[in-house]
Structures are given as structure tokens and as C-alpha cells.
Design a protein around this ligand. Structure first.
Ligand SMILES: Cc1ncc(C[n+]2csc(CCOP(=O)(O)OP(=O)(O)O)c2C)c(N)n1
Ligand SMILES: [Mg+2]
Length: 338
């Protein structure tokens, strides 16, 4: 990676890490309004992938979605506002951490349903193909999601229609407390690409330069109309599954062994050794991102809570709600549900 691209990646990874650390602080203070799943240790993936995307390229995200959202260009204050249930949050405070969507940056939304975003990405890619656009969609999901039916159905459909979609599996070794070795019998999840006759790639997800290079190759593949790609990013979830997880299913030694592979440390090392960037310069970037995150958190905390009258607004599509209501009202169905 060129020096500037690597410096930008370092900045982005720090922004995500700082956001997650602050999200945990807010959860500790009982200020967040729903479960918070953080992304520490996996920052290189969202950063390296989204660096190759424009706002017209779409992503679908997961319950662990803050990193994807930030890397795609989201506003940190509106993100914190959403976590805190404020009316100025991305979804007016009604979605919380697990359901942030931001159409202005091409983020079709996080999803509390494991594997739920994968078929949505296929639909988005189909619309791009039908529009003859040059854009593509990325679906982020976990190793656990790769065992869901939705994953297999989505890959099959994307494969038969050669859709411009990149499936980015973040294999962080665990689905909640279950290690991948107990939930699947393949060495690499990317092997599953063979079943759908699509391109599969295994990538070191803790090395942003490796993610960057792999993504460049994947984008060229989908843009050439060669069909979807399944990228497996090997990584590790450094924090618990969610805030409040006692983590009694893994050893301290295991957690410590991954600390040396921390993607931010690896990127710093590369910048210092390959590009002779000074430690002071790196510290400066870290401090700036720390401040930006704290400022955003403070601004969000000062926002007012939404009005109680708005509680049931935006929960249903008004057209759908109207049809359903009329169906209930129909005199000839005996008042029964449809
Ligand atoms: C369909 C569905 N089944 C189960 C759950 C409960 N659940 C929430 S997160 C999770 C684990 C997901 O693991 P993985 O896909 O590896 O993502 P990670 O949390 O590791 O990022 C489960 C089972 C859910 N939210 N949705
Ligand atoms: Mg996982």
C-alpha cells in the first residue's frame, strides 16, 4: 500500500477503535438503550474493504456493524445519538446499535438477524445489474452467519446470475461462545465458494495491507462481470461478544496471543518500518481521532430525548399499515386475521 493510503487506513482504524472504546464507556454508564456489540480487533476489514468503495456502492452490515458504518463515512455524532436513543440518531433512536442504516453513504443497514443482510445485498446487486451500473455491493457477516440457510441461498442466487456482490465473511473465531471448530467441519469458510462455482479467497483480516490487496482483486473480478466473490477474513474478536459478556468460554492466554496481531499495531509497524513514519506522527493521529470521538459522544449526550408522542411513528411502512388495517376492517372476513 502507498504511504498516504496506509496513513488514511491507520486513521480510520483508530477512529473505529476509539468509537468502540467510547461505546463501551457509554454502556457501562447505562446510557445506551440496546445491546452493544463491538468490533475491536476487526478494524482492518471494514477499513480495507470500504477504501475501495464509493457512496454509490452499497453495504449490508451486522449486529457488530459500527466499524462498517464508520468506514463507509458515517457521522459519529449521529451514530452515538442512535446508540443513546436520541431523536437525532440515524434511525431517530428507534434502532439502536444493531440497526443503523445510512442511505447517504450507501449503508443499507445493520441487522440484528444473523445472516439477514446477505440476501438483501444480493437484491441490491441484482438492481445494479439490471440498471447496467458499474457499482457493486458488499455484504459483511460473521462465521456464525455462514452456517445460516440465508448464506447458502444468497450465494447460489448470486452465482447463477453472476451478480456484482462481494461476500465478506469476518471469521473472528466465535459465534457468541461457540468456537468455529465446533460449528463447522471445513478448514476455511472460503472453501464453500467451490459449491457455488464462485471465486473464494482467504485473507489475513488483521493486516490492512492484505485486505486492501485482496479487495482490489475482488473488485476487479465483480466489475469484469465474472460474478460474486466470497472473501474469508481471518480475524479475532478482541472484546466480548457484547458488552456484559463474562467470556468464560475462552482462556486469557488465547486472548493475549492475539494481542500481538492487533491490526492497529501491525499497521503502525508497517508505517514506521516501510515508510519511516515517526511514532510522534502516529500518536498525533491517534489523539486527533480520540478527541473527535469524545466530541461526538459529548454532542450526542447533550441532545434531547425524543417525544413520547413519536414512539409509534416510523415503525411500519404507512402504505403497508394502511392495507393491513383495511384488511382487518373488511366486513366479509368475519373479523378474522388474514
Ligand atoms: C437468526 C438469528 N439466530 C440467532 C441469533 C442470536 N445471535 C446473535 S449474534 C449471534 C452470533 C453470530 O456470530 P457470527 O455470525 O460469527 O458474528 P459475530 O458475532 O462473531 O460477529 C447469534 C447466534 C440472531 N440474532 N439471529
Ligand atoms: Mg463470529
Amino acid at each position: 500500500m502507498e504511504k498516504n493510503a496506509l496513513l488514511n487506513a491507520y486513521r480510520m482504524m483508530n477512529r473505529i477503535r476509539e468509537f468502540e472504546n467510547e461505546a463501551i464507556e457509554l454502556a457501562k454508564a447505562n446510557e445506551t438503550r440496546a445491546a452493544v456489540h463491538t468490533y475491536q480487533g476487526e478494524e482492518a476489514i471494514a477499513t480495507g474493504v470500504c477504501a475501495h468503495m464509493t457512496r454509490e456502492d452499497f453495504i449490508t452490515s451486522t449486529h457488530r456493524g459500527h466499524g462498517h458504518c464508520i468506514a463507509k463515512g458515517a457521522d459519529l455524532t449521529r451514530m452515538f445519538a442512535e446508540l443513546l436513543g436520541k431523536g437525532e440518531g440515524y434511525c431517530k433512536g428507534k434502532g439502536g446499535s444493531m440497526h443503523i442504516a445510512d442511505l447517504t453513504t450507501g449503508n443499507l443497514g445493520a441487522n440484528g438477524i444473523v445472516g439477514g443482510g446477505i440476501p438483501i445485498a444480493v437484491g441490491a446487486a441484482l438492481s445494479m445489474q439490471l440498471d447496467h451500473s458499474d457499482n457493486f455491493t458488499v455484504s459483511f457477516f460473521g462465521d456464525g452467519a455462514a452456517n445460516e440457510g440465508s448464506f447458502h441461498e444468497a450465494l447460489n442466487m448470486a452465482s447463477i446470475w453472476d451478480l456484482p456482490v462481494i461476500f465478506v465473511c469476518e471469521n473472528n473465531q466465535y459465534g457468541i461462545s461457540t468456537h468455529v471448530s465446533k460449528s463447522m467441519h471445513v478448514k476455511d469458510i472460503a472453501e464453500r465458494a467451490v459449491a457455488y462455482n464462485i471465486k473464494g479467497m482467504v485473507v489475513d483480516g488483521n493486516n490492512v495491507a492484505a485486505v486492501d490487496a485482496a479487495m482490489e482483486e475482488a473488485v476487479a473480478h465483480v466489475k469484469a462481470g465474472k460474478g460474486p466473490v466470497l472473501m474469508e477474513m481471518k480475524t479475532y474478536r478482541m472484546a466480548g461478544h457484547y458488552f456484559g459478556d463474562n467470556q468464560n468460554y475462552r482462556t486469557r492466554d488465547e486472548v493475549n496471543s492475539w494481542k500481538d496481531k492487533d491490526p492497529i499495531l501491525q499497521c503502525a509497524k508497517l508505517l514506521m518500518e516501510q515508510w519511516e513514519v515517526s511514532e510522534e506522527e502516529l500518536n498525533e493521529i491517534r489523539k486527533e481521532e480520540h478527541k473527535a470521538v469524545l466530541d461526538a459522544s459529548k454532542a450526542a449526550r447533550q441532545m434531547s430525548d425524543p417525544d413520547i408522542e413519536d414512539l409509534t411513528e416510523d415503525l411500519y411502512d404507512p402504505i403497508f399499515a394502511d392495507i393491513t388495517w383495511k384488511a382487518f376492517q373488511k366486513p366479509d372476513n368475519g373479523g378474522k386475521r388474514l
